[in-house]
Design a protein around this ligand. Structure first.
Ligand SMILES: Cc1cc2nc3c(=O)[nH]c(=O)nc-3n(C[C@H](O)[C@H](O)[C@H](O)COP(=O)(O)OP(=O)(O)OC[C@H]3O[C@@H](n4cnc5c(N)ncnc54)[C@H](O)[C@@H]3O)c2cc1C
Length: 313
């Protein structure tokens, strides 16, 4: 199919983009890599009247090391993140996650800003953004604002962005010294959007006790946001113990509250206004997602622990 008719403008600066978006209100939409927007327009699930192409804003394509970690311009392609030497040394978990995104042709075009702004269920960047407590820099007609990841994702395919705002930069803190980390996901086949994704991070104190432990799960929350697991919090101050971790699987399964696919799909249709009937995430029952959430989290924690300084199971 072909998209419904639309007007198209190429902008060369953030200000031009904000102005173009403001001129056309709710009918306008940014296009970045087009890897999610174009298929949905071609299938007439999305029918923006006005497309603002930000690919000409070359200033938004960068990866910089900063004092707190790494700053990535919103127009940076997945492939650039995957190959960056700086990211490999400062934030390797990001690379571990990004290589799971789609196929290389899609990673060549898709952008980090597009993926985070879309907030598809289970999307890899969202899970890492919550794990590391990344910050989103947003440009609006009133200037810049910075939103932490735990506030940026607000629902299925919904983020804290108004129609005349652009996500311009994402700041990921570097992994703490000696931290162990892991990213795992379950898909039907490589390159598909995950049924469930998970990221774990553990840091130990001088006595090899857990100083910090985090697990984030994608595609298990009824609210459509990357979910931070609570069951692991009480392990702080304890030594890592495989039996304790394995014992947590059931608790994590009980803690999460995934949607059935039909609900996720309904949210997509509501957000993008259009026809029904498209699968937006891989098929899986809520029951299956609960089960996998526990297993995958404990598996990720064991890998993360092995990677801590001196972590040997
Ligand atoms: C076959 C296939 C498999 C895929 N598999 C995966 C996968 O496994 N994991 C995954 O995460 N993704 C997957 N994707 C999606 C892919 O990663 C997209 O690149 C990404 O979701 C969107 O990025 P984009 O730059 O292409 O954005 P676009 O498609 O151009 O835009 C997506 C949305 O974000 C908005 N937007 C874009 N940039 C900005 C910005 N800077 N500020 C504000 N709003 C903005 C647009 O208006 C639009 O609503 C897959 C896509 C395909 C076609």
């Amino acid at each position: 199919m072909k998209p419904a008719p639309f007007e198209y403008v190429v902008v060369r600066s953030i200000n031009e983009a904000i102005e173009a978006l403001g001129r056309n209100g709710a009918d306008s939409r940014i296009i970045a890599g087009g890897q999610s927007l174009m298929p949905s327009m071609n299938m007439r699930q999305t029918r923006p009247a006005y497309l603002v192409d930000i690919n000409g804003i070359t200033d938004l394509d960068y990866i910089h090391e900063i004092s707190s970690g790494i700053a990535i311009g919103a127009l940076t392609r997945h492939r650039a993140v995957e190959r960056s030497e700086v990211i490999r040394s400062v934030c390797p978990i990001l690379q571990e996650a990004v290589k799971h995104i789609a196929h290389f042709q899609i990673r060549n075009r898709g952008t980090i800003g597009g993926s985070l702004s879309l907030n598809a269920p289970g999307a890899e960047y969202g899970v890492i953004a919550r794990l590391l407590e990344a910050e989103m820099v947003i440009s609006s007609p009133d200037g810049k604002r910075v939103v932490p990841a735990d506030q940026f994702f607000v629902g299925h395919f919904k983020v804290d962005l108004k129609n005349n705002e652009i996500l311009t930069e994402i700041r990921f803190p570097s992994l703490p010294q000696g931290a162990g980390y892991s990213f795992l996901e379950v898909t039907r086949r490589h390159g598909h959007i995950p049924i469930i994704s998970t990221a774990a991070m553990i840091t130990l104190d001088g006595k090899d006790q857990i100083a910090e432990i985090r697990v984030i799960l994608g595609n298990v929350s009824e609210h459509g946001v990357p979910y931070r697991v609570k069951a692991v919090d009480r392990l702080v101050g304890q030594k890592f113990n495989v039996d304790t971790i394995e014992g947590l699987a059931k608790e994590i399964s009980d803690e999460v509250n995934p949607n059935e696919d039909a609900d996720t799909e309904a949210a997509f249709v509501k957000q993008f206004s259009g026809m029904t009937g498209r699968r937006v995430s891989e098929l899986a029952s809520a029951e299956y997602r609960k089960e996998v959430a526990g297993t995958l989290s404990t598996r990720a924690l064991k890998i993360a622990f092995k990677r801590t300084k001196g972590g040997i199971i």
